[in-house]
Ligand binder design. Structure first.
Ligand code: MET
Length: 340
């Protein structure tokens, strides 16, 4: 089937699970009650995607507080009790981040609970997202390794353990999220992609990397205003990614100033093309989705296009996010009729 759809990963959390519209929301309950709420929200996230016509579903990232810290909570060697303020993504915004204080090691499985819950309730293809090594090390503070690259590779090993276990749980695709690649382009090309390859080592399921201009929060929309009329960050990192064994690249296309001819640098990849803007509450029409797919088709063969959202929807309003999911599903369907 042409244009199978997916999403970047996260969906807004219901207000009975966590504070709405926040990137680092507080959970509404704790202990067993929280575990049950996470499970229920996970099943709901799968259901709304299925209903909207999303083909490759995720668990909506309902069981993690944040796309990076959700993983870190299950890693030994990290002190969450003494968070420090840090400017992240080259000081784009300040966040309270935990500190690495000892050698890193997994405490056990990270995402088995929600991965198995989702897998048991859908026959659709199932994608699971994990933060990439470079984005992780840019979202915590280091008081132990003293070397960014060494620490990134330590995380890559842990990610690899969890990715292999998720594959055994029945996950069809692992996507690593590397928004930091658009900020540290030299380092991404130099060692970031290699760290990613280490994280994906031995996987036989599909593999992807998601690189975006961030969630639709003010710090990101302000940053985008400083990037000029053409966003060419992808140009510096696509060659290294295209040469890597990672099979798919998820990128931001809708309402972005990315010159789409840069996609021509990805000769060997399936392109998950963002056709839904997560920085605007205006819901796309199916025709808008078709128009973005058509624009991408000028540079990517149509059988290699997977329509997706530009980034995660975690901080959005639920009703708007769900309307955008329906636009994605309906738009891809229309594209199959018109362009198939
Ligand atoms: N998988 C993450 C999400 O969908 C990607 C975040 S990149 C800023 O929320």
């Amino acid at each position: 089937m042409l244009f199978p759809t997916t999403i970047a990963g996260s969906l807004p959390k219901p207000e009975w699970l966590a504070e709405p519209n926040k990137l680092w929301p507080t959970w509404r309950s704790s202990g067993d009650e929280l575990a049950r709420a996470k499970r229920d929200a996970t099943l709901l996230a799968v259901k709304v995607q299925e209903d909207a016509g999303v083909d490759i579903v995720t668990e909506g990232e309902q069981a993690r507080q944040h796309f990076v810290h959700g993983f870190l909570e299950k890693v030994d060697g990290i002190d969450f009790a003494h968070k420090v303020e840090m400017g992240i993504r080259k000081d784009r915004y300040k966040a309270m981040v935990p500190q690495v204080i000892a050698p890193l090691q997994l405490k056990g499985r990270v995402h088995a609970f929600e991965a198995r819950a989702a897998r048991a309730h859908t026959t659709n293809k199932f994608k699971f997202t994990l933060p990439g090594p470079m984005t992780i090390i840019d979202t915590l503070s280091d008081s132990y390794y003293g070397d960014r690259v060494k620490m990134a590779f330590a995380f890559a090993e842990l990610l690899n353990q969890e990715a292999l276990a998720l594959q055994a749980d029945g996950v069809d695709m692992i996507q690593f999220d590397e928004p930091a690649f658009n900020v540290f382009m030299d380092e991404a090309a130099d060692w970031g992609v290699k760290a990613l390859e280490r994280a994906a080592q031995g996987l036989t399921c599909a593999t992807a990397v998601h690189i975006c201009y961030g969630y639709g929060i003010k710090a990101n929309t302000d940053w985008k205003e400083t990037l000029g009329s053409e966003w060419r960050q992808y140009e510096e990192i696509f060659p290294a990614i295209d040469a890597s064994p990672i099979q798919q690249v998820a990128i931001e296309c809708r309402n972005s100033r990315v010159p789409l001819e840069l996609l021509g640098l990805l000769k060997n990849k399936i392109v998950q093309a963002g056709v839904i803007d997560v920085a605007s509450d205006t819901v796309e029409t199916p025709e808008d989705v078709v128009a973005t797919i058509e624009a991408v088709m000028k540079h990517v063969p149509k059988d290699k296009i997977v329509p997706t959202t530009n980034c995660g929807m975690a901080p959005m309003q639920r009703d708007i996010a769900e309307a955008k999911l329906r636009a994605l599903g309906a738009g891809a369907k229309l594209a199959r009729q018109k362009l198939g």
